[in-house]
Design a protein around this ligand. Structure first.
Ligand code: NAP
Length: 249
C-alpha cells in the first residue's frame, strides 16, 4: 500500500520510523524544504512543494498513492487544505494527526493573540528583552515594534526575511529541556516570550519555565486547519492504515 506522509513534525518522523521496514506499506515522507539540513529519515523522502492543490492531486495519481496521512504542524494550514481538496478530488482516504494544544494553567501569564502582527503590538511600547520562539518566516511582523531587543531561536539563519533592527539569533532544534530553558531565559534576562501554541512535549519546557519565572507569554492562536479523520499520534496512524489494508482485503 503506497502512502504519502505530509511531514515536518516529530509525529511524521515517528510514523516514518514505525512504517520503515514494514513490507505492507510503501511510505513516502514529504517535507516542505523549510530547513536546510532536515534530519535523515528511514523512508524515501521527497522535498519541496507540490505546486498547490492541483499539483498534489497530480502527484497522488502519478505515484499511485492509496492513502494520505497529514502529519504537518498545527500552524501549517495551507498544505492541509490542499490535502483535503486533493484527496476528495481523487477519492483517497485522508487522516490527520492532531496534536492537542497546550492549556493555560494556574500561574501562566498568557496574552492570547491571533497573528504575529498582533503579538508585536501586544508587547507594548516600553522597550523589553523578548524571546521569539517562532519560525523565521514569522519574524518580519516584529519590524513594527523596533523598540524591543529580540532574541530569536530558529533552526536555520533567517535568510532574506525583513527583521527588526535589534535582533540576535540562537540556532537550535528541539527537543528542549526545562532546566536549560530556565537558564536560557534567566541568562538572557528575558522579560516576555512570543510563542505558537504548538502543543506536544518537545517545546513545552519554555512555557513551564516562563510560568516558574513569572514571565508573560504572548501566545499566537492556532489557525483553522482542515483535516481528514482525526488521529492522536503516529501509533494511531499505523492502526488506521492497518484497518484500511484489512478493509481493502
Ligand atoms: P503551509 O503554510 O501550510 O504550506 C505552504 C506551502 O508549503 C504549501 O502550500 C506547500 O506548497 C508547501 N508545503 C507545506 N508542507 C509541505 C509538506 N509537508 N510537503 C510538501 N510541501 C509542503 O506550511 P508552513 O506553515 O509553511 O509549514 C511548512 C512545513 O513546515 C510543514 O510541512 C510543517 O509541518 C512544518 N512546520 C511548520 C511549522 C509552523 O509553525 N508553520 C512549525 C514546525 C514545522 P505547494 O502549494 O507548492 O504544494
Amino acid at each position: 500500500m503506497r502512502i504519502l506522509i505530509l511531514g515536518g513534525t516529530t509525529e511524521a518522523s515517528e510514523l516514518a520510523r514505525l512504517l520503515a521496514g514494514d513490507a505492507r506499506f510503501q511510505p513516502t515522507l514529504s517535507l516542505a524544504g523549510r530547513t536546510t539540513s532536515p534530519k535523515p529519515q528511514p523512508v524515501p523522502t521527497r522535498i519541496g512543494g507540490f505546486g498547490g492543490g492541483a499539483g498534489l492531486q497530480a502527484w497522488l495519481r502519478d505515484n499511485a498513492i492509496a492513502a494520505v496521512i497529514d502529519a504537518t504542524h498545527p500552524y501549517a494550514a495551507q498544505i492541509s487544505a490542499h490535502a483535503v481538496a486533493a484527496c476528495r478530488a481523487v477519492s483517497l482516504p485522508l487522516a490527520s494527526i492532531v496534536r492537542p494544544a497546550w492549556q493555560c494553567e494556574d500561574g501562566d501569564q498568557w496574552i492570547e493573540v491571533d497573528t504575529p502582527q498582533a503579538a508585536a503590538a501586544a508587547l507594548g511600547s516600553d522597550p523589553a528583552r523578548v524571546f521569539l520562539s517562532l519560525g523565521r518566516l514569522d519574524l518580519a511582523a516584529f519590524c513594527a515594534a523596533p523598540q524591543h531587543h529580540y532574541i530569536a531561536r530558529t533552526i536555520d539563519p533567517p535568510g532574506d526575511v525583513p527583521l527588526p533592527p535589534d535582533i540576535r539569533f540562537v540556532y537550535a532544534r528541539g527537543p528542549f529541556d526545562e532546566a536549560n530553558e530556565d537558564d536560557f531565559l534567566r541568562g538572557e534576562r528575558i522579560q516576555a516570550l512570543v510563542s505558537k501554541n504548538s502543543g506536544g512535549a518537545a517545546t513545552y519546557p519554555k512555557i513551564a519555565a516562563a510560568r516558574r519565572l513569572q514571565l508573560p507569554v504572548v501566545m499566537i492562536a492556532r489557525p483553522d486547519k482542515p483535516g481528514g479523520v482525526p488521529l492522536d499520534g503516529a501509533q494511531a496512524a499505523r492502526r488506521w492504515l492497518e484497518a484500511l489494508l484489512a478493509h481493502h482485503g
